[in-house]
Design a protein around this ligand. Sequence first.
Ligand SMILES: *Cc1c(COP(=O)(O)O)cnc(C)c1O
Length: 363
Amino acid sequence: MDTSNFDLKKLLRKNVKNLIPYSSARDEFTGKASVFLDANENPFENGVNRYPDPLQRQLKKRIGEIKSVDSDRLILGNGSDEVIDLLFRAFCEPNTDNVVICTPTYGMYEVAANINAVEIRKAALNSDFQPEVQLVLNTTDQNTKLLFLCSPNNPTANLYEEVRVFELLNKFSGIVVVDEAYIDFAKDKTYTKYLNQFPNLVILQTLSKAWGMAGIRLGIGMASNEIVQFLNRIKPPYNVNSLTQKKALEALKKEKIYEKQIELILKERTSLFGFLSKCEFVEKVYSSDANFLLIKVKDASGLYDYLLRQGIVIRDRSKIESLEQCVRISVGTKEENRLLKKALLSFDTKFRENDNKKESSIY
Ligand SMILES: *Cc1c(COP(=O)(O)O)cnc(C)c1O
């Protein structure tokens, strides 16, 4: 994109541009104090009797260090799902604007669009699950405010090719949201280093996947400081609670554990990939840049039911267009994968027996 052409004010909703944000007690106070009588809190200390920092300064400082992104380019949310919702509320006028997604992809974009009464337009990924740049651009019009690119994509597990993403960043005049929920499994492919270059780039990351903190709900948005400031104005003031901020800070100090777990998960993914590729009931195992595998099988619901009877639950994605007979399996621990493989082996044996019977009945 020609940076000088980018006009954020033209993309934002009018009410958001003109909004006077809620100013909380802790927002207005600056300087040093030891007696806090400004927020009607209970004065008796129990660890959580005070309101949390609305701008999560300490946590952002640490995340900024880890991600090599200035902390004033960060917006934190109650999961990425909240950041997605904030983007809709900042940019999309209900019943007027639209957003484009590349399908099949993460279901939350469409849900957030529906909640916000924003039209969702779909541009199908090609047979390699890559976005077709011209098709995506043709799907947009002057009311298209957001384009979602999920890379690595859920549920197809692949990264999008950089040339395609760059072309879209250059040619689409709205906001390009690159959802990097799984980027920890393909770290060097992150677009964080291009934040300076593209004023229309918003990146989403999360502590829910590789960092192992799905339960605390912490999502990370990264963008220009200008965009971040507008998102800060519309977010609920205390959207990230103190327990989450505390727990996240603790976990983010333990980078070694995080690195080690990624290494183990990738090793298990390779092993599972190899195992599945040899199974007779499997049509195709798609290559993965994430912590899950997408697999095309001969009978998805049969496999799903069989595994469930053994107490193993996977995700049946076969109802989704272009994912006929596909299931998605998260990579678990070594022990969980041992149990999974055992169950898959017995399913495969039954499958082979049935196949043989079918063949012998023909002759
Ligand atoms: C899991 C996932 C997220 C994470 O959402 P949180 O609300 O942060 O837990 C975001 N995007 C995609 C594509 C995901 O698969």
